[in-house]
Design a protein around this ligand. Sequence first.
Ligand SMILES: C[S@@+](CC[C@H](N)C(=O)[O-])C[C@H]1O[C@@H](n2cnc3c(N)ncnc32)[C@H](O)[C@@H]1O
Length: 146
Amino acid sequence: MADAREGSRGCENRTDSQEDKCSDNDFESSKLGTKEYWEEAYQKELETFKDIGDVGEIWFGEESMSRVLRWMDKAKIPEDAGVLDIGTGNGTFLVELAKHGYRNLTGIDYSPASVELARNVLQAEGLTDVTVKVRSNLSFNPQTCT
Ligand SMILES: C[S@@+](CC[C@H](N)C(=O)[O-])C[C@H]1O[C@@H](n2cnc3c(N)ncnc32)[C@H](O)[C@@H]1O
């Protein structure tokens, strides 16, 4: 995993002149920005889930999910509000949202393996009314959910 993340760094610990040059190229390419990377990662995670029921990695961590939920409480987001989880991965955040009372939930991810994993994870939790679709956020229309 560390290797995959390396491509996103590269402008740290540089001299000023190197920094100037680097700022022209702030967005170095990274494997994490490719659909192929995520599809392969979630194919493995899907196999693991089917084998031993492990949902796999929660990329932004449990604390970030708790923070968003605390913010939603504070902002009094109604439980019937439509919530879209973009790049849902294994769908764990959708599970947490549903357990918190939210009932109009949609997850999208451009990796078909991720969507299959998220559907499996949700089903295992008995959450059959959460919609998960294979979609890129670049083409998804949140108004129509298409
Ligand atoms: C860092 S992972 C986060 C997964 C999950 N939300 C979590 O916290 O564990 C990023 C996710 O975004 C998805 N993704 C990246 N670019 C996307 C795009 N343009 N449209 C839809 N999904 C995308 C990847 O397939 C991957 O599942």
